[in-house]
Design a protein around this ligand. Structure first.
Ligand code: NAP
Length: 298
């Protein structure tokens, strides 16, 4: 397939491009800079110059491809409303371009806000609807297109898509630990995160694009639940720092914006995903990656 990938030069996107090319697909990657364009072309992908706000390029990329994998996100943690607005507009534009084609439209979401008190299931509907919701309610917006001839497939990523070179949430936790001289967890550290290695995430994105039915919510989850205390303890070992509890009231100051996620349980099952698709994760666990030094560099 000729696959249009947004966020193709990002953490998950670059592994996904490698996976797609390795498996015989061709890739058109959205590139917002010369550096991203060069990165894509060096791999043998084609670059389509454009920004998330440049809706014409998104429309063109989606129309010219056989499949779309949407991974770009502004991740403006200081102004999440702007990231959410852009996300909704981008999803709507690409979905409209795909109406009636039956082409796959795979798009990213996270697990925050889905459920509390138990592991999220693929059958749990996202409570986020409408432009004012987190991520602009893009999951539910895209799912509406499953009835309009688009093979929408949601990729709900574990909060840690980990590996060497990661710049996601665990990096911010490691940075906070270095800054504070202690590796912290919030309260009793019993809140839980799911996790997946980046290579497994990329493989599942490719399989979902190839085989998942319209309206399927994939859980990109290898490990269902790791306590945040276990994560802090692994960071403590890797960074050679003491491990301590941080009072919930002090978490914002201690960790910065990532406290809002570290204090949330985001565990999820991927049983339904594994029953639907020929996927079983093979990468290292999050704790193995941390202990092996994936987050030990500055
Ligand atoms: N990593 C995780 O653990 C995780 C967990 C849950 C959900 N997710 C979701 O999964 C998706 C991929 O995440 P990621 O970790 O790969 O993110 P990432 O490494 O931050 O990559 C984001 C990508 O979006 C592109 N981008 C940012 N602003 C853009 C703009 N204005 N116009 C066009 N492209 C823009 C970036 O382009 P440049 O390369 O040019 O900078 C980059 O390719 C995101 O939607 C993210 O929210 C990730």
């Amino acid at each position: 397939m000729r696959v249009f990938v947004t966020g193709a030069s990002g953490w998950i996107g670059s592994a996904t491009v490698d996976e797609l090319l390795r498996e015989g697909h061709s890739v058109i990657g959205l590139a917002r800079s010369d550096a991203s364009k060069a990165k894509l072309e060096a791999k043998g992908a084609t670059a389509l110059a454009g920004d998330l706000d440049d809706l014409d390029s998104l429309r063109r990329g989606a129309s010219e491809a056989d499949a779309v994998i949407h991974l770009a996100n502004k991740h403006d943690w200081g102004n999440p409303a702007e990231s959410d607005r852009a996300e909704r507009a981008a999803v709507e534009t690409m979905a409209e371009a795909l109406v009636g084609t039956g082409k796959p439209f795979v798009l990213a979401n996270g697990l925050s806000g889905l459920v509390q008190g138990r592991a999220a299931l693929e059958t749990d509907e996202s409570p986020e609807f409408g432009p004012d919701a987190p991520r602009g309610g893009s999951e539910n917006l895209a799912l509406e297109y499953a009835d309009r001839g688009v093979r929408t497939v949601i990729a709900r990523f574990a909060p840690s898509v980990h590996g060497v070179g990661d710049w996601g949430f665990v990096t911010f936790l490691a940075d906070a630990a270095r800054r504070r001289g202690v590796s912290g967890y919030i309260g009793d550290g019993s809140t839980e995160w799911a996790a997946v290695h980046r290579s497994d995430a990329a493989r599942l994105l490719r399989l979902g694009m190839e085989h998942a039915p319209a309206g399927f919510r994939m859980h990109v989850v290898a490990e269902e639940a790791i306590t945040t205390r276990e994560i802090a303890e692994a960071l403590g070992i890797a960074l050679n720092l003491p491990v301590t509890s941080i009072a919930p009231a002090d978490a914002g100051e201690h960790f910065g914006f990532v406290a809002g996620f570290f204090g949330l349980t985001m565990s999820a099952s991927s049983e339904i995903t594994r029953a639907e698709l020929p996927w079983s994760p093979t990468g290292p666990t999050l704790v193995e990656d941390i202990k092996a030094g994936a987050y030990s560099g500055e």
